[in-house]
Design a protein around this ligand. Structure first.
Ligand SMILES: CC(C)(COP(=O)(O)OP(=O)(O)OC[C@H]1O[C@@H](n2cnc3c(N)ncnc32)[C@H](O)[C@@H]1OP(=O)(O)O)[C@@H](O)C(=O)NCCC(=O)NCCS
Length: 380
């Protein structure tokens, strides 16, 4: 038994549980790096496929390698026919993130390589999971709306193809670029709850699909991936920048959290929020629709003024929701998009952890009753 005087590290806050060369976050300066490359540079120069290569190989690809890699993504886009059959039977009102989780578990049943955990196979399983999850999500999203799934477009890259399969409309170059940026920004973020959940599962030497499924379960919650939908709901509820102050004051007075703000690690601006804001501006200009942008900016201004003493700043979710909305996507798909883009981060951490695996098995400090006499049911 653990000594009852032992301090409990609630929420595992600031507890390091692994070494990583995948990403580093400077929470004070608001900096994020994937394998040493600044997120701003990756967004500017890379594609999502290139970032996947970087995270899974821990180096940037050559041109030839990237071309082959993009080909592997394309080859893995189709779903097994049986999986479509099951997707059609899923309840229409089930949350899309739960459909995605169930769908990933289904994909595992149709992957003959799933139980063969040798490093060479893990890499091809990883690409299969990442690529198929996008098709799975787009198809489920359309089925939920009573629409037919759209087959993948061979000429489009991963993120643009996802947007096309979800909306049924070919994205403009700007829309394709923004979707790619959104995928890159969501690809990896050290050890949030979802990656930790994936690691806990993988540390038992379970399979990659189980780890991804656990990651999706953890991401679903409003304190993690679910905040983007709620942040957009908030912006709609405010409706107009002039009404932001009254809304924020009322929420804070009621001790409610403002979605899209605060972070366990960032104690300044989340760099992903700034990048998203920039792309939201471009999109708002093209669509001549600035209400969400202006409302979000007003909320940001008010919150930073009120909460900077507590180091509460905008996080990625404040601006991702408005971007997805202007790309023509419904709120229910926001968190699932986060999952589809983050799958690479979960898998990269699992593969890195397996290089020196240790079963994750923490302890609890017991504070219940001392050993006592059992009372049979009919005497209670
Ligand atoms: C992300 C989050 C869970 C991190 O929180 P954390 O590290 O556990 O921080 P704490 O819960 O200890 O909060 C510290 C203080 O800031 C306040 N705070 C944190 N986030 C806040 C928010 N979004 N709105 C208002 N107040 C907030 C807390 O109420 C607390 O105040 P107190 O010290 O007076 O009690 C939290 O900021 C949050 O709930 N944000 C909203 C959801 C969200 O946007 N999630 C996406 C994360 S990428």
């Amino acid at each position: 038994m653990v000594d009852s005087q032992t301090d409990v590290l609630k929420g595992l806050e600031n507890v390091p549980i692994k070494y990583t060369s995948l990403s580093s976050i400077d929470g004070q300066q608001g900096k994020l790096y994937y394998v040493g490359y600044a997120i701003e540079d990756l967004v500017e120069h890379s594609s999502y496929e290139e970032v996947c290569f970087l995270l899974l190989n821990r180096r940037l690809p050559t041109r030839d390698e990237l071309q082959r890699y993009e080909g592997s993504f394309r080859r893995e886009r189709e779903l097994p026919n049986d999986v479509f059959g099951f997707l059609k039977k899923f309840p229409r009102d089930a949350p899309l993130i739960s459909v995605l989780r169930a769908g990933v578990d289904l994909l595992a049943l149709y992957d003959e390589e799933v139980e063969k955990t040798d490093p060479a196979r893990n890499h091809s399983i990883a690409i299969r999971i990442i690529s198929r999850m996008a098709t799975l999500l787009a198809a489920s999203y359309r089925l939920k709306q009573g629409l037919d799934p759209v087959p993948p477009a061979p000429d489009l890259q991963h993120a643009a193809n996802f947007l096309y399969m979800a909306t049924g409309r070919r994205p403009t170059p700007l829309e394709s670029r923004i979707m790619d940026v959104a995928f890159i920004l969501h690809a990896e973020h050290e050890l949030p709850a979802s990656t930790t959940a994936a690691l806990v599962v993988a540390s038992t030497l379970s399979d990659l699909y189980s780890a991804v499924s656990a990651g999706i379960g953890a991401l679903k919650g409003p304190l993690h991936g679910g905040a983007n939908e709620r942040a957009l709901e908030m912006l709609f509820a405010i409706g107009d920048p002039d009404k932001a102050e009254q809304y924020i004051n009322a929420e804070l007075a009621a001790k409610r959290r403002i979605m899209g703000f605060g972070h366990r690690v960032y104690k300044s601006f989340d760099p992903r929020a700034l990048i998203f804001k920039n792309y939201l501006k471009k999109l708002a200009d093209v669509k001549s629709d600035w209400t969400l942008l202006r409302t979000a900016e007003k909320v940001e201004e008010l919150m930073v003024a009120k909460m900077k003493d507590k180091s509460i700043f905008p996080n990625i979710d404040l601006y991702s929701g408005p971007v997805f909305h202007l790309l023509g996507l419904n709120r229910e798909i926001f968190t699932p998009i986060f999952a589809v883009a983050r799958a690479v981060g979960w898998i990269a951490h699992v593969l890195e952890y397996w290089e020196d695996n240790r079963l994750i098995r923490p302890r609890a400090v017991y504070n219940g009753p001392p050993p006592r006499q059992y009372v049979p049911l009919d005497q209670r």
